[in-house]
Design a protein around this ligand. Structure first.
Ligand SMILES: Cc1ncc(COP(=O)(O)O)c(C=O)c1O
Length: 440
């Protein structure tokens, strides 16, 4: 491997979602990766406890994906998809539909989770208009939700720091309350017992705004980026039922939960819900080439197909929607998932994972532990003077000890590649326990 071991000048790159000044004083740099590990610029192996950023579900640098990308780069590097096409995009769409929950017949390609969210929100509003319900324009999100960083997603999102700098955001948005309730649900394994009634918040918003003004509700089945908030038992089904009652579309933001994280291809399968639109990205290409996809049911798609046949049916799309390299990567990824049974492998691992994450109970400052599928979270008692610092320090220390974890506020999230072995699960938790025992 041709490794560059010394960083160049770090000033030019303004890093996203980062403490730039601090990072550049003590950088953490990767130069390689292989299956479960990253390799740092000083030659250390770091166990990937986060699948990169929740996207490398099949582990790093997998041969079928690498080969698919190489071949595509040599054969057809780019072809636009506006009024033109290339075969890989149709092949990728068909392959994706073959693993989608029942009723999903179409996919619309984007380049990221944020773009999938924007696309789904626009589809929802335009769908109602196409059906003659042009007053249904409001969008409902949820407090603590994360739906990316573009204006629509930021507006339906519910994480204060992600919103507060950016003005008045999109108009006509309201939020359900979040479901996090440590007083009733701390240290619960899997889905919390309490909180199904929080879904009735949607009735409250319907009473306030009237259903005739509401286009869609968007939620993450498991709200991961905010620190892993697992829906209370029955919550998502109740939310779905209220949506149906009022002709409000349900958008599942599965940017993290799709592609096997909960032991099913999609979290919608896991929770037994049938949304109208599913936003995805990340593991769709195993993180290799940026790509997103919105999965669409026939009744939504068909509502757009009523104008003259020669006319554009949906005035939306990106230059790189269905990019050949991304489509090749998606096909290589789906091949890898299929060969190795990765879309369901988590069912085997989840019980052991659950035991090991809950073993951390009782370690200093731990006030909650949560788990579902191959996702875990440890919440720390906040230090009132420095909110988030406690988890941040543990993230840095874990990295020094050879483990990558993800910090959000006072929470550390864990979500390794789905190829992890039991020995590697042990290594992950042994290292993390050591970090927690030796931190202030
Ligand atoms: C649920 C959810 N939606 C949307 C996004 C945004 O995805 P991206 O960063 O690819 O734009 C994320 C990213 O973590 C996410 O977790």
């Amino acid at each position: 491997m041709n490794m560059q071991t010394k960083p160049n000048d770090l000033a030019a790159f303004w890093m996203p979602f980062s403490a730039n000044r601090q990072f550049k004083k003590a950088p953490r740099l990767f130069v390689g990766a292989e299956r479960m590990h990253y390799i740092t610029n000083d030659g250390r192996r770091v166990l990937d406890g986060t699948s990169g950023l929740w996207c490398v579900n099949a582990g790093h640098c997998r041969p079928k994906i690498v080969e698919a990308i190489k071949q595509q780069a040599e054969t057809l590097d780019f072809a636009g998809m506006f009024q033109m096409g290339h075969t890989r995009a149709f092949e990728a769409a068909n392959r994706l539909i073959s693993i989608a929950p029942e009723g999903f017949d179409h996919v619309f390609f984007t380049n990221s989770g944020s773009e999938s969210v924007e696309t789904a929100l626009k589809m929802a509003i335009a769908y109602h208009r196409a059906k003659g319900n042009g007053t249904k324009v409001r969008l409902i999100g949820r407090e603590r939700g994360y739906h990316g960083v573009n204006f629509g997603g930021m507006s339906v999102g519910g994480i204060g720091p992600n919103r507060k700098m950016f003005g008045t955001l999109v108009a006509g948005v309201d939020h359900l309350r979040h479901t996090h309730d440590l007083s009733r649900n701390a240290f619960v394994r899997g889905e919390p017992e309490h909180g199904v009634e929080l879904a009735d918040d949607l009735e409250r918003l319907v009473a306030l705004h009237d259903a005739s003004t509401i286009a869609a509700v968007i939620v993450e089945p498991v709200a991961c980026s905010t620190g892993v908030l697992i829906p209370p038992k029955g919550y998502l089904k109740r939310l779905e039922a209220i949506c149906r009652k009022h002709d409000i579309l349900l958008i599942a933001d599965e940017v993290i939960t799709a592609f096997g994280r909960l032991g099913r291809p999609f979290a919608s399968d896991y929770f037994g819900i049938s949304p109208d639109l599913i936003a995805t990205a990340k593991a769709i290409t195993n993180g290799t080439i940026p790509m997103g996809a919105v999965f669409v049911k026939a009744h939504i798609h068909d509502a757009f197909m009523n104008g003259p046949e020669w006319m554009i049916d949906f005035f939306h799309g990106y230059t790189y929607s269905g990019h050949p390299m991304a489509c090749a990567a998606a096909i290589g990824t789906l091949d890898t998932f299929e060969d190795e049974g990765l879309l369901t492998r988590v069912n085997e691992l989840a019980p052991y994972w659950e035991e090991r994450v809950h073993d951390l109970k009782g370690l200093p400052h731990v006030i909650d532990i949560r788990n579902i599928g191959l996702i875990g979270a440890v919440e720390f008692e906040p230090d009132p003077a420095q909110s988030g610092k406690r988890a941040y320090d543990r993230f840095v220390k874990a990295f020094e000890e050879g483990l990558l974890v993800r910090q959000t506020g006072d929470i550390i999230a864990l979500s390794p590649p789905l190829i992890i072995s039991k020995d590697e699960i042990d290594q992950l938790f042994d290292t993390f326990a050591k970090v927690l025992k030796t931190s202030n």
